[in-house]
Design a protein around this ligand. Structure first.
Ligand code: DAK
Length: 264
């Protein structure tokens, strides 16, 4: 039997929440979660009365700890390409929602978790939140649109440092780089998000949608080519031994030995 990991709830008038709950894996995204996520997004997309959607996850420690490393361990290049396209479709559907989407970040937003938050319109985070793109440490690259969206958010140079260093950043550092709209006390997070959501929901609903549509148009100049390129590069990671080593090392709880498995 499939476990339901993605839930929709209606909050105040004009506001709904999508909640991902997979606490045993720190809310990591596997293909089942992605399938459930797209179903929820498509449902809310048709809700004309909604102005705001809050994207949040269960547990105190982690927003989303990335794509599911255990699921990716034995991927072929073709499976990786399909997973990447599935993820990109979900994330594009999320960013194309007519409603304003706020990501509520209470803890780790790593790899695919940060990419998910980047597909929201903006993020509000707890002071305890931690951000980063650790994929290169696994022999991978971000595969859910993150290479494109992080550049859009913080500029090429800073984004490339994030992508290639695998560093983890505090909420304050992420705020200073323009990644976050607000950083709040940990126990104030949900009320801070709801306050912002309420202030948007109180405005003219179709004006809010028009404003989002217009703002998104400013980003569309980069087009779809970058996303396709990202998916191809991601899938190529699975045709050599480096990603195998990086993924296996995580699952086996050891350090990866990239130099000895180095590929051309
Ligand atoms: N996937 C699967 N399981 C994960 C996970 C993940 N990303 N992150 C954590 N878990 C699991 C752990 O394996 C552990 O399970 P058990 O061993 O107890 O069964 C459980 O969650 C609790 O984690 P820890 O014991 O590690 O908890 P700690 O507090 O010690 O550490 C941590 C928390 C978040 C620092 C650590 O868990 C961690 O480093 N996690 C991995 C973070 C990471 O590297 N994330 C990036 C993943 S790669 C793709 C598209 C996009 C992407 C990938 C593919 N395709 C298109 C194919 C994006 C790539 C990624 O996101």
């Amino acid at each position: 039997m499939t476990t339901q990991c993605v839930h929709i709830s209606n909050l105040q008038a004009g506001i709904a929440a999508i909640e991902i709950s997979r606490p045993e894996a720190l809310n990591a995204l596997n293909s089942e979660v992605l399938t459930q996520l797209i179903t929820s997004i498509q449902k809310l997309q048709k809700e004309d009365d909604l102005s705001v959607i809050i994207l949040r996850t269960s547990g105190d420690k982690s927003f989303v700890a990335g794509a599911d490393i255990k699921e990716m361990l034995n991927y072929s290049s073709q499976q990786a390409y399909e997973f990447s396209k599935q993820g990109q479709n979900v994330f594009t559907a999320l960013s194309d929602l007519p409603q304003v989407v706020i990501a509520q970040i209470q803890g780790f937003a790593l790899g695919g978790g940060l990419e998910l938050a980047l597909a929201a319109d903006f993020m509000i985070a707890s002071q305890k939140a931690k951000f980063g793109l650790p994929e290169v440490g696994l022999g991978l690259i971000p595969g859910f649109g993150g290479t494109q969206r992080l550049v859009q958010r913080m500029g090429y140079s800073r984004a490339l440092e994030w992508m290639t260093s695998a560093e983890r950043y505090s909420a304050d550092a992420a705020f200073q780089l323009g990644l976050l709209n607000r950083v709040v006390e940990h126990d104030q997070l949900s009320s801070a998000v709801e306050t912002v959501a309420n202030s948007i929901a109180a405005q003219g609903p179709s004006a809010v949608r028009a404003a989002k549509k217009a703002a998104l148009a400013a980003l569309s100049a980069t087009g779809q080519l970058g996303f396709e390129f990202e998916a191809q590069l991601f899938s190529q990671r699975f045709s050599g031994s480096e990603a195998r080593e990086g993924l296996a090392a995580f699952v086996e709880k050891r350090k990866p030995e990239f130099r000895s498995v180095r590929q051309a």
